[in-house]
Design a protein around this ligand. Structure first.
Ligand code: ADP
Ligand code: MG
Length: 240
């Protein structure tokens, strides 16, 4: 007689996640080769003349834009499954946010959005600056997408207490379309997206990163008025 306790098996979800991560990794290289090759063919074709050449040209362009879409889906999936490990540096949050904004200000303003940044003198946070950079940028991108006709984005860094502990908050407030109460819990699930060209992986990835830092995200929103997403991170020295 064999006795077997299934609890020793470990969770298959973890295996699926790492297999999926491997698959995505393997797919990335051939995809970028395809992307570069299609770009080169388009360049070699020059300016199409005959109707047939124009048709070929359009099809190639379509192929390339679909390849780029797959690349985007694949790399955001990788972001969702990848960060198992993280750095633990001492991060000056206002400086990090400033950097995210200044690197992207031009692109944001091109979309008709003006960004107002209010840094704060706050405690440092123990964490991974490139992961946090990505989390902050995701919220900024979402805020911009919520204002297709342009508007204002307010980004603030403040110190507060959360559940009795000192915490640093990064607030991203938009004056966009807003989110209904029922929809709020759904938007953190993978592949939920209402934006054109969106992957629906931004918020799940952002939440994952914030949780890796022992933090959480708060959402306040009013349809047609706008939304505020707040990343709440434990101040350094406060982790259990
Ligand atoms: N600031 C916001 N205002 C309104 N809706 C938002 C905002 N941020 C996120 N959402 C909603 O949540 C969905 C999921 O966001 P996300 O996971 O970043 O995916 P994506 O941006 O690719 O659509 C968005 O498609 C949108 O419907
Ligand atoms: Mg997004």
């Amino acid at each position: 007689m064999t006795a077997f306790d299934a609890s020793q098996l470990g969770s298959w979800e973890q295996d699926v996640a790492s297999l999926a991560g491997m698959l995505v990794h393997e797919v990335k290289n051939p995809l970028s080769t395809l992307n570069i090759s299609s770009q080169l063919i388009i360049e070699e074709l020059g300016s199409p003349e005959s109707a047939r050449e124009q048709r070929t040209f359009r099809r190639l362009e379509m192929m390339q834009s679909e390849i780029q879409r797959i690349e985007k889906i694949v790399s955001s999936f990788l972001q969702l499954t990848r960060p198992q490990k993280m750095e633990r540096d001492s991060i000056e949050v206002s400086r990090l946010v400033e950097e995210v904004i200044s690197r992207n200000r031009e692109a944001i303003e091109l979309e008709g959005v003006s960004v107002l940044f209010q840094p704060g003198k706050v405690s440092t946070v123990a964490g991974d600056s490139s992961l946090l950079h990505q989390a902050i940028l995701n919220l900024i991108i979402n805020g911009c997408s919520a204002m297709p006709a342009g508007g204002e984005l307010l980004v603030r860094v403040i110190e507060t207490t959360y559940r009795g502990f000192p915490a640093v908050v990064i607030e991203v407030t938009d004056t966009g379309v807003g989110i209904t109460e029922e929809a709020i819990p759904r938007i953190f699930r993978p592949y939920v997206s209402t934006t054109e060209g969106g992957t629906g992986l931004g918020l799940p990835t952002t939440l994952r990163i914030v949780r890796l830092h022992g933090g959480t995200i708060m959402v306040e929103s009013e349809p047609e008025q706008g939304s505020r997403f707040s990343i709440i991170l434990p101040a350094e020295g406060q982790d259990k």
